[in-house]
Design a protein around this ligand. Structure first.
Ligand code: ME8
Length: 729
């Protein structure tokens, strides 16, 4: 599927706008880097390019995150949005606009879109009860208490009077649209999924929420806020100027809309390929030309994501190997559209193999020899032999092959074929060995060979460098200087990729000074990156509570513990808790959080209550593994959950352990709606001595984290499916 954009005079491409509930990681960097590489190539082809990125700042998820972080929503969003933007700048990404959905220009555009949809008869008011996944900000078709089919998190039952979008009216139109525009969705696997989703029937979509307020008010009915996905998707047009009366905004919108490509992660294809075109069709706005889904970057066996806690930061890779190394790895290693593993080992291997020993070494050999034998001035190459003809033919084939592969987003193959030329040029040098003069060769002949070989190799390097520029902007800029060609950014402005052809390096060109490109990564590179990640996690924990207090669903960013006390010493349950219920397991922080008596929710121990760090170290008491295994922790599923009359903190649960069912009383009634617990898998202490409360027997205890802000319990759970009764150890 080739995007038709290379023939066009303008190109508009977008990344998803990222949620500000947690900090950027390599997954976000991946999509944004892909767009940056495309944008650079388009510009260097003389195409008027507009590259948009930004942040998605409204909705229940952000509202909750801000609350948990203890600050206002806007302040919270501003901080995290700034981190995304700061990282993109650090990585040298060339976005043309950065939209925040809390900006006035966006709000105005969303309200206009909503009003237009309503005026055209596609929005009506109705009431709705359904399951909502806050993490995905999506309505899902599952029974109450069931997990979200996409992310596996427990859904919430929401009953509201909402505005609805007549999505059902678009089922046929969308199917026709996909049929008529086979290039609209890619890759093919995503296209098939989307089509089968639409074929299975579309229901009207609730496009407002009334149970929270962090969003854009529905025009004329401010009790409601616009559904966060309608709000977010609209960024692609509001950023261009949709909804504005300013002539400059209107002109930009007219010039760049429809988008040539929305680049997204595959998990949000339904929103981009079904809802978004339907909203636009309903509003009478042109649909985008294509949506392309990248696969997932995996780390430690799973999708890299903040909620799994298996993230790696782009800053770490940048610090040790540089931004170009990251760009090259992501584009070369992962066939676009497929999932791909990230590992520090693979990264260092690619870096050393392809960049340090490959391209970097080739450039350094040729530039140094050009200085050594020709004073840095490109000589006349003179008459060529078969070897030069062959290298030239290979280079011309690379020129012809690279562009189409890149434009199909097949970066991996494009780079593979270009690096075959790197290897070929390297081999050509080695075979012709311009540094070695056999005794029988005359000085004159040797000088001619040196001129021919170095001139030819330098020309191949020039072509490789031009083609690689969108992927390796920093390194190719250095090489361009060393080849005596000036600023590569200027060449890009002058559309140099439109005319890449053999023979561009003219005799007489004065080479720049040699400079290292990709110093070989030493053995400790992996260890350094691992250490940087660990250090970051640690410093985030220490700094928590300060200005960069983390988003709450990012597990590596732990709750504030403003103390020098080692973590193992901290007893989050207050003394009061211990005094009221001195059972052995109440000492474990998580267990105490859902203590089966009716104690008040756990509160963070005030620093004053903790002994000074030094004495703590002396008093440190470890438990042995034998102690730990005495606690029988098991996976159970909630079958029944109900309030207990006159006990406003207690819930009565019936849970299934697979091998038996039992009753547990849990002090979580102020934090969990009983009906939302039904079906949920939890962790319990299965061998706690039974206790009677309010005349009822409790047989076990739930495990939960205790939130640092107010001690609210958050039940422990699993992302993967776990059989009932499975033991935690
Ligand atoms: O979904 N591998 O925002 P988000 C590859 N706000 N790409 C990844 C990735 C991974 N492991 N993790 C994240 C949202 N991404 C919405 C979008 S658009 C109108 C609204 C990338 O913060 C990928 O592009 O969850 C994915 O779609 C996006 O980040 C999700 O970012």
């Amino acid at each position: 599927m080739t995007t038709p954009a290379t023939e066009k005079a303008r190109y508009y491409l977008t990344t998803p706008i990222y949620y500000v509930n947690a900090r950027p990681h390599l997954g976000h960097a991946y999509s944004t880097i892909v767009c940056d590489a495309i944008a650079r190539r388009k510009r260097a082809l003389g195409i008027d390019t507009w590259f948009l990125t930004g942040t998605d700042e409204h909705g229940q998820k952000i509202e909750r995150s801000a609350k948990l972080a203890g600050c206002g929503e806007y302040e919270f969003a501003t901080r995290i949005s700034g981190e995304f933007r700061g990282l993109w700048d650090k990585l040298g990404l060339t976005y043309d606009d950065y939209i925040r959905t809390t900006e006035e220009r966006h709000k105005r555009g969303v309200q206009k879109l909503f009003s237009t949809l309503k005026e055209r008869g596609f929005i009506y008011k109705g009431s709705y009860t359904g399951q909502y996944c806050v993490s995905d900000e999506a309505w899902v078709d599952v029974p109450p208490g069931a997990p979200c089919p996409d992310c596996g998190r427990i859904t919430e039952t929401v009953s509201e009077e909402n505005y609805f979008f007549k999505l059902s009216a678009f089922e046929r139109r969308l199917l026709e649209f996909y049929e008529e525009n086979p290039g609209f969705i890619g890759p093919e696997s995503t296209r098939r999924e989307v089509i089968s989703f639409v074929r299975s029937g579309l229901k009207d979509l609730s496009v407002s929420r009334a149970s929270f307020s962090w969003g854009i008010p529905v025009p004329g009915d401010e009790k409601h806020v616009v559904y966060v996905w309608l709000d977010a998707l609209a960024n692609y047009i509001t950023a261009l100027g949709y909804g504005s009366d300013e002539p400059a905004d209107q002109a930009r919108f007219k010039k760049f809309w429809p988008a040539d490509m929305h680049l997204i992660g595959k998990e949000i294809s339904r929103f981009h390929c079904v809802y978004w075109p339907a909203f636009l069709m309903a509003a009478g706005i042109e649909t985008p030309r294509s949506v392309r889904a990248n696969g997932w970057l995996l780390f430690d066996q799973g999708k890299m994501s903040k909620s799994r806690g298996n993230i790696v930061r782009a800053e770490t890779v940048m610090e040790v190997l540089g931004a170009d190394a990251l760009r090259y790895f992501l584009l070369r290693e992962i066939p676009f559209g497929q999932d791909g593993n990230f590992s520090f080992d693979a990264l260092v291997q690619r870096y050393n193999g392809d960049l340090a020993n490959g391209y970097g070494n080739l450039v350094s050999r040729v530039v140094n020899m050009m200085h050594k034998y020709f004073g840095g001035v490109v000589p006349e190459t003179g008459a060529t032999t078969e070897a030069e003809t062959a290298l030239r033919a290979h280079t011309e084939a690379a020129i012809a092959g690279f562009g189409p592969l890149f434009d199909e987003l097949n970066f991996s193959e494009a780079l593979k074929s270009l690096w075959a030329l790197v290897a070929e040029t390297d081999g050509y040098l080695t075979v012709n060995a311009p540094w070695k003069k056999p005794a029988e060769r005359s000085d004159e002949d040797h000088a001619a060979l040196q001129a021919r070989v170095l001139g030819t190799a330098a020309e191949a390097i020039r072509v490789i460098t031009a083609l690689a520029y969108p992927i390796l902007p920093e390194a190719t800029a250095k090489v361009w200087q060393q080849l005596g060609l000036g600023e590569i950014a200027d060449a890009a402005k002058n559309s140099f990729l439109t005319s890449v052809a053999w023979g561009g390096l003219k005799p007489g060109t004065k080479f720049g000074e040699p400079a290292p490109l990709f110093p070989r990564a030493e053995k400790d590179a992996v260890a350094r990156m691992v250490a940087l990640e660990e250090e970051n996690n640690k410093s985030v924990i220490e700094a928590a509570g300060g200005p960069s207090q983390p988003a709450p669903d990012e597990p590596k960013i732990l709750p504030p513990q403003k103390t020098a006390t080692p973590k193992s010493e901290i007893k989050p349950e207050s003394k009061k808790m211990e005094e009221t219920k001195p059972t052995p397991v109440a000492e474990t922080p998580a267990a105490a959080a859902t203590s089966s008596n009716e104690a008040a929710p756990v509160t963070q121990a005030a620093p004053a209550e903790q002994p000074p760090a030094a004495s703590v170290v002396e008093e440190k008491q470890y438990i042995t593994i034998d102690d730990f295994v005495k606690v029988d922790l098991r996976v159970a599923q909630v079958l029944v959950a109900e309030r207990i009359p006159k006990a406003d903190k207690l819930l009565r649960l019936e849970v299934d352990l697979g091998y038996e069912k039992r009753q547990i009383l849990a002090g979580i009634a102020q934090y969990y709606e009983p009906e939302k617990l039904i079906g949920r898998k939890i962790v319990i202490v299965a061998n706690l001595a039974p206790r009677k409360m309010r005349g009822l027997e409790s047989n076990g205890m739930l495990l939960a984290a205790s939130l640092p802000t107010d001690g609210a319990p958050v039940l422990a759970g699993f992302l993967e499916d776990v059989p009932l009764g499975a033991r935690l150890k």
